[in-house]
Design a protein around this ligand. Structure first.
Ligand SMILES: [Zn+2]
Ligand SMILES: [Zn+2]
Length: 433
């Protein structure tokens, strides 16, 4: 990644300089200067908060302690807090001094089962569980934004709901919170959230529309006739024939995602047009049917939509046509889809206040088997999902979620809190960029 090298130092200078100059002037600092100063003032404490979460990770559905700590923190800020929403979900409500719109910030809070030893010197005390996806950082940033904005609440023309969501890793928590009435708590106008990523610390990366690949599971059902092996081989080949990138291709090396020439931050990225089939097919036989399933990954929703029809046609002109029962999707995973207008507005907020180099515009989509269940919120409320840089290539910290050596440069907390406090403040106060 091109600008990785000096960026953290440059951005820290911006922070330090702005804090100093504001103290020197007699005029009251602007709201965004206040945000920077306040973020700097609480940063050391936020690092402690993050490490406490890191030392006490809890897996999906069991985030009891984590939720309690979130409640205590939000309570101490004077926010109205609701707990046990969709499991251990917590919501903090920051009411502004004036009437206005309602904006939500979402942070996911769960950890994962992992036996891989932690690379930091404040490792998990819960055996076999680790924050290897950075949700401890997400939770801390959510609390930090709540802290910063609560100091400016009199000037807020609207309300901010801080949603702390459990069970993201199993893709259940967002839906569970919605099913438990979360979205009936208010008329939500917009929702925002982030994920730590291997972009350099000090940056935010996003794009309008999807940032993750679409994933569907195709299901082909035949009558059982006795020549199943041939039918299965034919169907596997038929499905694989749609790929333009095979699953075992070098293309999928995750380093390619950040490659300056072909990665997702280059307008000529290769990650805009791929259709791939997972190598492992599922085969299940019942008394009278055989069911073949395949997991598909594509950059293109339209391609997935036409795939079923095209596959059906292929089978219908084959010798297995008479045995075919159905071709359909057994599931479609909700995908993060960013609202274009809100994406552009929020990027302008960040670059206007923190400099052009703080945002990396994306052109391709991330090739992941899974996205983020933040997608379920976006189906109901327009919003934007960002990748927050957590890597520091100088110190060897490469924050690739779920990788064994996963670690985060904790400066990302400072950037996350200030950038998104500024975004939410602009959104609430309807600052058009
Ligand atoms: Zn994860
Ligand atoms: Zn995650």
């Amino acid at each position: 990644m091109k600008i990785a090298k000096f960026l953290p130092a440059i951005l820290l200078l911006i922070f330090a300089a702005s804090a100093g100059s504001a103290q020197e002037t007699a005029n009251a600092p602007s709201p965004h200067e206040n945000i920077k100063q306040h973020t700097n003032a609480i940063f050391d404490d936020l690092v402690k908060v993050r490490r406490d979460f890191h030392v006490h990770p809890e897996v999906s559905g069991q985030e009891e302690r984590t939720a309690r700590k979130i409640l205590e923190y939000l309570d101490s800020l004077g926010l109205e807090v609701k707990t046990n929403i969709g499991g251990y979900g917590v919501v903090g409500v920051l009411k502004g001094g004036k009437e206005g719109k309602t904006v939500a910030w979402r942070a996911d809070i769960d950890a994962m089962a992992s036996d891989v030893p932690d690379v930091v010197d404040f490792p998990s005390v819960n055996e076999g569980i680790r924050h290897i996806c950075g949700h401890d950082v997400h939770t801390t940033i959510g609390l930090g934004i709540a802290n910063v904005l609560s100091q400016q609440k009199d000037s807020l023309a609207g309300n901010v709901y801080f949603i702390f969501q459990p069970s993201e890793e199993n893709y259940k928590g967002a839906k569970a919170m919605i099913d438990d009435g979360l979205l009936e708590m208010a008329e939500f106008d917009e929702i925002y959230g982030l994920h730590i990523s291997p972009f350099p610390v000090g940056t935010v990366a996003t794009k309008a529309e999807s940032v993750y690949a679409h994933t569907n599971k195709a299901k082909v059902t035949y009558k059982l006739t006795g020549n199943e092996d041939a039918k299965i081989d034919f169907t596997k080949a038929a499905i694989s024939g749609f790929q333009n990138v095979p699953a075992d291709s070098e293309f999928w090396n995750w380093e390619n995602l950040g490659d300056p020439e072909i990665g997702i931050e280059n307008p000529n990225t290769i990650f805009t047009d791929f259709f791939t089939v997972k190598e492992k097919f599922g085969i299940e036989e019942t008394n009278d049917e055989v069911v073949i399933t395949a997991v598909l990954n594509s950059s293109n929703k339209a391609q997935l939509n036409s795939f079923l029809k095209d596959l059906k046609q292929k089978i219908q002109v084959s010798e297995y046509s008479k045995d075919l029962v159905s071709v359909d999707y057994s599931y479609e995973k909700a995908v993060v889809v960013n609202d274009e207008e809100l994406t552009n507005q929020s990027i302008k907020s960040i670059t206007g206040i923190y400099g052009e180099e703080s945002v990396i515009p994306l052109y391709g989509v991330v090739t992941a088997d899974r996205g983020d269940d933040f997608a379920y919120f976006q189906q109901e409320v327009p919003g934007v999902y960002y990748f927050l840089g957590g890597a520091n290539y100088e110190t060897g910290v490469i924050s690739m979620p779920h990788s064994p050596d996963f670690a985060v440069d904790e400066e990302s907390i400072r950037f996350g809190v200030s950038y998104f406090s500024s975004v939410l403040l602009d959104r609430i106060n309807r600052v058009q960029k």
